[in-house]
Ligand binder design. Structure first.
Ligand SMILES: NC(=O)c1ccc[n+]([C@@H]2O[C@H](COP(=O)([O-])OP(=O)(O)OC[C@H]3O[C@@H](n4cnc5c(N)ncnc54)[C@H](O)[C@@H]3O)[C@@H](O)[C@H]2O)c1
Length: 249
């Protein structure tokens, strides 16, 4: 993608899965990275892998549900690398797999704190910095659950609809000031969030929902994230890009 070299990106959920894959893809483009997650051990693995690319890399063990901590991590990114050009707001929780009537309310609140408020906590300081520096590009991780519903993940579904809503709202407010905000909507991706959570019968039902005939690897989602972050997506704003093996056809 060329033009990304020398830029700085902030990635949440960088301790594994899609976030780690985005970190690798951006590092290959010459981008310096602030890697954010709750999982310190996973962050350290990503940091060691990324350091081999020779660009700047820093980690912050931060809970995105804590607004002040996220603001401090964004400030630290700018203090350390001198700028913030891009963000992949990707950290999220799946939560319980249970019917709506029995959904535990404390777990629903946690999901709201992380998947929705956590995203807002990231967007606010990121956009403030980008307004000061003249622009930037942000990609949020939504899901096919941002437009479709399947049984037993009702709260996750509601929260991913909200991620698409926040993405559109941010794009409506800030596109004219040089900040592009988009989201990706992955289908089923093989990561810690999904591996081993479903029995063989459920897995084959889930595979059958993807016309492409398999689940995604995290790197296939990262490709779309990097494109949306890059100047090559210069006319994309407020979009929800499906990378779902045809699941939403
Ligand atoms: N795996 C899939 O099938 C799939 C499909 C669609 C969307 N997604 C979304 O992709 C994103 C990444 O998930 P993944 O599949 O890579 O799974 P993952 O579990 O590997 O990654 C999620 C990361 O978020 C981190 N995290 C959770 N709560 C946090 C908090 N409060 N503060 C900071 N970090 C926190 C976790 O520690 C973890 O490293 C999530 O938003 C998820 O909802 C995943």
């Amino acid at each position: 993608m060329g033009s990304m070299s020398g830029k700085t990106a902030f990635i949440t959920g960088a301790a594994g899965g899609i976030g780690r894959a985005t970190a690798h893809a951006l590092a290959c483009e010459g981008v310096s990275l602030m890697l954010v997650d709750l999982d310190a051990a996973g962050l350290e693995i990503t940091r060691e892998e990324i350091a081999r690319h020779g660009n700047g890399v820093a980690v912050s063990r931060t809970d995105i549900a804590d607004a002040k901590a996220v603001e401090a991590a964004v400030d630290e990114t700018v203090a350390r690398f001198g700028r913030l050009d891009m963000a992949h707001n990707n950290a999220g929780l799946l939560g319980p797999i249970v019917d709506l009537v029995n959904y535990p309310l404390d777990k629903a609140r946690t999901l709201f704190d992380v998947n929705v408020l956590g995203l807002l906590h990231c967007l606010q300081p990121q956009i403030r910095h980008m307004l000061q520096s003249g622009g930037g590009s942000i990609v949020n991780t939504a899901s096919v659950s941002g437009v479709h519903a399947v049984p037993n993940i009702s709260v996750y579904t509601a929260m991913k609809h909200a991620v698409i809503g926040l993405t559109k709202a941010a794009a409506a407010e800030y596109s004219s000031r040089g900040i592009r905000v988009n989201c990706v909507c992955p289908g089923f991706v093989l990561t810690n969030m999904t591996k081993g959570h479903f029995n063989a019968e459920t897995e084959s039902i889930l595979v059958a929902q993807h016309p492409i005939g398999r689940f995604a690897q995290p790197e296939e989602i990262a490709e779309a994230v990097v494109w949306l972050l890059s100047d090559r997506a210069s006319f994309s704003a407020g979009s929800a890009l499906f990378v779902d093996g045809g699941q939403t056809i």
